[in-house]
Ligand binder design. Structure first.
Ligand SMILES: Cc1cc2nc3c(=O)[nH]c(=O)nc-3n(C[C@H](O)[C@H](O)[C@H](O)COP(=O)(O)OP(=O)(O)OC[C@H]3O[C@@H](n4cnc5c(N)ncnc54)[C@H](O)[C@@H]3O)c2cc1C
Length: 426
């Protein structure tokens, strides 16, 4: 079935992370109609998967909850989740976007009670914990998910488990006949807030990610530290469940490197500095964090945070690009390299290694409309006629605060496009 919604006065925002939510809300609160399109089953993006935010060390609930409240109270924003963008045609002021809405198999009657999940036994890798654990194939993405509605994984459909989920639901929310829908949107401006993805650490061959279980990435470490994560917030290493107290953080893992990502993601140093505080929080004076770095990039107000971590006796800094990682018989990753301040060779074992991997534009690998311009790393600049705009970390590797600023700027420019289109049409 194809349905056509929206008009040339509507702004389309692609991506429902903190940037997309911000762009949509800023435009809607200025009186514009917005369609906010999210590929996954929930808004929130990767921000919702952080344990805490630097520099204030607050939980993601802070920023997201405020935005969700604004969203629920604003009828001008129409949210479409589980939506795949098939294509966009047209020009500034007159675009047609085609979307496919995947079936959730759960309708709006859902009260998020969890009876369907309790009734099924099939499990799938948990995408919201980067596959570090399994979840039931009838699931709520995470505690802050919006909409607060369960999803049935397509692998359940046609199985006895799907029938059990349906039978367990007391409010008639499971709809096993739900079909994919095609939607066409006529919109005047498009904001690309498609965000970022972690660089594939397995491509950094000398670090053994994927071969050595106790070498993990910084995004996975966020989930380990989170009480909603795979270890309920305990820093347990994957190979044997041992408490990881002596942890190495390797900076620029795949960043600022001609063979991988050329750019600096700007976030990684701050993310590792922050994560040393998760180790301190978990183990007190028994904590031992070592940051292996080329140089620490903590810009502007982040310098204070860097200085605070420098004063922490549980954290040490080694200026060195780690050459390779080996694995000891007891599962400890052993870091090899040369300390460039003392020129000592080292071969140092740790309980766990966290690779501070870079941020790659999520749009790398997507087919973008021909007139969308991107920089040499693939971050979206927008279209030359100004009708399509990049926002947040889709446009540049940015922290949450700067993503929100970028998204607000994109919303303003999108409003301008709509305003000018209306004037031209009048
Ligand atoms: C290890 C690590 C730790 C970090 N810690 C912090 C921190 O403590 N403080 C801080 O300020 N920043 C932190 N950051 C940065 C923070 O994660 C980003 O600033 C933030 O995620 C940017 O939000 P965004 O909305 O631009 O992108 P995202 O969070 O990536 O959201 C993009 C959204 O778009 C959706 N999407 C993608 N493609 C499509 C498509 N084709 N159609 C529809 N939807 C699509 C995605 O599913 C996603 O929901 C950290 C980053 C890393 C790597």
């Amino acid at each position: 079935m194809t349905a056509t919604i929206a008009t040339s006065q509507t702004i389309l925002v692609i991506g429902g992370g903190i940037s997309g939510m911000t762009a949509a809300l800023e435009a809607a609160e200025c009186g514009r109609d917005v369609v906010l399109v999210e590929r996954s089953a929930t808004l929130g993006g990767r921000t919702a998967l952080l344990y805490r935010y630097f520099p204030k060390m607050c939980h993601p609930t802070c920023g997201l909850e405020i935005n969700l409240r604004r969203l629920k109270g604003n009828p001008r924003v129409r949210v479409l989740t589980m939506a795949d963008l098939v294509g966009i045609e047209g020009r500034r002021g007159a675009y047609t976007a085609t979307l496919k809405l995947r079936a959730r198999y759960v309708n709006e009657n859902c009260t998020a009670c969890g009876d369907c999940a309790a009734a099924v036994s099939t499990e799938i890798p948990n995408p919201y914990n980067y596959g570090l654990d399994q979840i039931k194939a009838a699931y709520l993405p995470h505690a802050m998910a919006y909409p607060q509605r369960y999803v049935l994984d397509p692998s359940l459909i046609g199985t006895a488990d799907a029938d059990r989920a349906q039978a367990a639901c007391k409010v008639g929310a499971i709809d096993l006949a739900m079909q994919e829908e095609t939607v066409e949107l006529a919109v005047g401006a498009v904001v690309w807030a498609t965000g970022w993805k972690p660089y594939d650490a397995a491509r950094i061959q000398p670090y053994g990610y994927g071969r050595f279980p106790n070498v993990i990435t910084s995004v996975e470490f966020e989930r380990l530290a989170d009480p909603g994560g795979p270890t309920s917030g305990r820093l347990l290493r994957p190979s044997d469940g041992k408490e990881a107290k002596n942890i190495a953080f390797i900076q620029c893992a795949g960043s600022r490197d001609e063979n991988h990502l050329r750019h600096c993601s700007r976030i990684c140093c701050m993310a590792s500095l922050k994560q040393t505080q998760y180790v301190r929080e978990a183990h007190g004076d028994a904590a031992k964090s070592t940051i292996y770095y080329i140089d620490i990039r903590a810009i502007d107000r982040f310098e204070d945070f860097y200085q605070m971590v420098q004063r922490d006796s549980s954290v040490s800094f080694i200026k060195s690009k780690v050459a390779r990682i080996a694995q000891a018989a007891n599962g400890d990753p052993v870091l090899h390299g040369v300390d460039t301040e003392g020129y000592h060779r080292y071969a140092t074992p740790h309980d766990l290694v966290v690779l501070a991997i870079g941020m790659e534009p999520e749009s790398n690998g997507m087919t973008l409309p021909d007139d969308v311009l991107a920089d040499s790393s693939g971050f979206i600049e927008g279209s030359a006629d100004g009708g399509m705009l990049g926002a947040g970390s889709a446009a540049s590797p940015l922290d949450v605060n700067r993503s929100v600023q970028s998204a607000t700027g994109a919303a303003l420019r999108a409003i301008k496009v709509i305003y000018q289109t209306a004037k031209e049409e009048a």
